[in-house]
Design a protein. Sequence first.
Length: 190
Amino acid sequence: MVYGKFIISGEDKKTLACVKNALVSSGHIFIGYSKDYFNILRHIRNSTPELVVIDVGKGFKDLKQTLETIDEDLLCACGLILDTRSDDIFEFIQKSRVMTYISKPVFEEAIVQITDAAMINYSRIIQYEEKVKKLNETLESRKAVEKAKWILVEKEGLSEAEAYEVIRKKSRDNRIPMKNIAEALILTRG
């Protein structure tokens, strides 16, 4: 099981009380309630929960932009409680990365299972995003080194291996990443 801090939001106090009690009794930490959809983002950014559970009610159109921001910025896992399964909401959830849903009536075991799955999925997505970011940084670094290497080959008459060794030696001697050395070479000689 994954435990974390959570926020609840919405107007159906009975459902939200059930959600809160179920999550707290399963080990999660309740850190706040936000009745107003417009304050959810501020609350999430200030308290950095791992999960937010929102009773959507009839306010999906008002809430959609907030949900898009939560998803785009990967702020936290997000569980939506729906009165009924609507095609608009389901289509939105299909395109999102951190959203899941449950329809009313909400039962304790179901809400615990849904939130556990949402938090596991959120953790997985964060790990994948970090890997993609690292791979992109590596790719950009290699591109810069290759470009700098070819500048040295063309302007200094070095072989590829010699040019690479020059960049690597400068990097090691100055304790500066090869990407930075390559970018400096590109700026000064390119």
